[in-house]
Design a protein around this ligand. Structure first.
Ligand SMILES: Cc1cc2nc3c(=O)[nH]c(=O)nc-3n(C[C@H](O)[C@H](O)[C@H](O)COP(=O)(O)OP(=O)(O)OC[C@H]3O[C@@H](n4cnc5c(N)ncnc54)[C@H](O)[C@@H]3O)c2cc1C
Length: 327
């Protein structure tokens, strides 16, 4: 069967992209399937413009540049990329190969599967206040291009670390930035995040609700908050949580622990031939970070190589002997 791949990677976040590259290192015919129209997973979705400081060798790299780098690495070994498809089921055939089916009915055939699909697929919770429908074009759910906010007045609505990250990134270019939190604290933050926020020029409004958005002649003008105060605004950025569909792992016949996948030392799940890496997995002392996803992807691909060919070397010791495909 010509469309039978050695490995099918579900998810093209940073973990899936790096895994695709590493499959090239191990001479594995690889397909990557991603639900979103773009690659990069959470990094592209939430913080393409944020500086990242904890990936070894790339101190202060922006999310966008990091994704571009991993994507370049992946593309160099020419995997097959499919975007806009959500994998809904993984069936083991009688010969031990897998049939993966997408929500649109597409079928994919593979000798092994690498799950790099994080916490599952996600969609943003839309801002649902009076007037928001009329100004949808000025309401954003991700920062794709920081320069579009240059000299603008921005209001960020969020009670989590994502909102703090966005507000701090916007502060560098926008005229003024307000951060509205309907609670009294921010969720999933470290003390350091709060300290940086307090030292910034961002105006923070806690225990504050957005009552409505208003404008004139189709032009967004104000965000009206609970004390009746009007914040002049050009752009609104909203992170009020995600609609996450993490029910799939259980449906795929895998053991789960709070929606994530417990794995063995080689990153194998409890279904032979199905491996996992990145935010999707859980084990004692697991860190949910980009660099740990890279390392786990490498281990998982080596595990897959051994699963497909028990006589294969357990790892590649040096990349010097490895030839990149022509760019
Ligand atoms: C605000 C914020 C800031 C952060 N800052 C840092 C930082 O500074 N440094 C750091 O190291 N980490 C940081 N992290 C954590 C880091 O983003 C994650 O650890 C990393 O993105 C996980 O990558 P992943 O590829 O494993 O998963 P994801 O990025 O979640 O990618 C999974 C991909 O799989 C796709 N998918 C899911 N289900 C399916 C399906 N059924 N079919 C097809 N595709 C599917 C999804 O659409 C997604 O694109 C931060 C996270 C957040 C939220």
């Amino acid at each position: 069967m010509t469309d039978l791949y050695d490995v099918t990677i579900i998810g093209a976040g940073t973990t899936g992209l790096y895994a695709a590259f590493y499959c090239g290192m191990r001479d594995l015919k690889t397909k990557v399937i991603e639900y979103q129209p773009q690659t990069g997973g959470k990094v592209s979705f939430f913080y393409p413009e944020k500086a990242i400081y904890d990936v070894g060798g790339f101190f202060g790299v922006t999310g966008e540049d990091l994704v571009a780098g991993v994507e370049e690495q992946a593309v160099s070994v020419q995997p097959e990329f499919v975007t806009g498809e959500k994998i809904e089921s993984i069936v083991t055939n009688t010969d031990g190969t897998f049939l993966l089916k997408s929500s649109g009915g597409q079928k994919h055939y593979s000798k092994s599967v690498l799950i790099a699909s994080g916490l599952g697929t996600f969609e943003m919770q839309p801002l649902a206040v009076e007037g928001s429908k009329a100004y949808e074009e000025r309401i954003h759910y991700t920062i794709q291009n920081l320069s579009q906010y240059e000299g603008k007045r921005a209001v960020v609505i969020s009670d989590s670390r994502v909102g703090i990250d966005w507000a701090l990134a916007l502060e560098k270019v926008a005229k003024d930035v307000h951060l509205i939190n309907h609670g009294s604290e921010f969720k999933a933050v470290y003390e350091q995040d709060i300290e940086i926020l307090e030292q910034s020029s961002v105006t923070v409004h806690k225990e504050t609700k957005v009552e409505r958005v208003e404008g004139r002649g189709g032009q967004l003008e104000n965000v009206v908050i609970s004390n009746g105060k009007k914040l002049n605004v050009d752009d609104i950025l909203v992170y009020e949580g995600l609609k996450i569909d993490k029910s799939l792992y259980g449906e795929w016949g895998l053991t789960t622990d709070k929606g994530r996948l417990p794995v063995q030392n080689d990153m194998g799940t409890d279904r032979p031939g199905i491996f996992a890496a990145g935010d999707a997995v859980v084990y004692p002392h697991k860190t949910m970070l980009i660099a740990s996803g890279f390392s786990e992807a490498m281990t998982a691909v080596n595990g897959i190589k051994k699963y497909l060919d028990p006589k294969a070397k357990s790892q590649v010791y040096s990349t010097v002997i490895y030839k990149h495909a022509e760019k």
